[in-house]
Design a protein around this ligand. Structure first.
Ligand SMILES: CC(C)(COP(=O)(O)OP(=O)(O)OC[C@H]1O[C@@H](n2cnc3c(N)ncnc32)[C@H](O)[C@@H]1OP(=O)(O)O)[C@@H](O)C(=O)NCCC(=O)NCCS
Length: 156
């Protein structure tokens, strides 16, 4: 990851920038209100990447008992392909292990080759498909899954 970027837990003070990041990254972005709710969910974990100009990426997930889910992950268009997405993902997986998660899953648009390549590169495998899951545009979701053990997360 670019040396000028650092990771830290997200806080409610980040909401405006998180909503902006969402709008820049997704055709059906989470709103500020949805993000505020999600940050308060039991088991929620949110991590941001930032440099001196502001946020460059974020990831949001949650742990329920021993199962974890990744809810959103995005980096700003100007900062892609610099290792920030993978750094956020790895930090999230480590935090999920710390909270007792044994496995993690997520949904991704079938056409999202960049995200699919990133998840594959850290050991996620296809576990199913949800027909017409996404809107704007309508598209199937691929379900990806990965077992979580401290050794494997540290090795990514
Ligand atoms: C997906 C996303 C988060 C990746 O973030 P990033 O900071 O660019 O990712 P990284 O630089 O850490 O790349 C990690 C790996 O992902 C893969 N990858 C990332 N972008 C890629 C692209 N455009 N094409 C192919 N593979 C890509 C590569 O395997 C890459 O490793 P490498 O650079 O060593 O080859 C970013 O493209 C994004 O925000 N996209 C829009 C939002 C989104 O789709 N989020 C995921 C929702 S499930």
């Amino acid at each position: 990851m670019a040396r000028s970027c650092r990771l830290r837990p997200a806080s409610l003070a980040d909401l405006l920038e998180l909503a902006e990041l969402e709008r820049g990254a997704f055709s059906d972005p989470w709103t500020e209100a949805q993000l505020r709710d999600a940050l308060g969910w039991p088991g929620a974990i949110a991590i941001v990447a930032e440099n001196t100009s502001g946020l460059t990426g974020y990831v949001l997930g949650r742990v329920v008992v021993d199962q974890a889910e990744i809810l959103s992950l995005a980096t700003t268009a100007a900062h892609r392909r610099r290792g920030i997405g993978r750094a956020l993902l790895t930090a999230l997986l480590a935090a999920m292990v710390e909270r007792g998660a044994h496995s993690v899953w997520l949904e991704v648009r079938i056409s999202n080759q960049a995200a699919r390549a990133m998840y594959q590169s850290v050991g996620f495998v296809a576990a199913g498909r949800r027909r017409d899951y996404y809107r704007q545009p309508l598209e199937d979701a691929l379900i990806l899954r990965r077992e979580l053990t401290a050794e494997r997360v540290n090795a990514t």
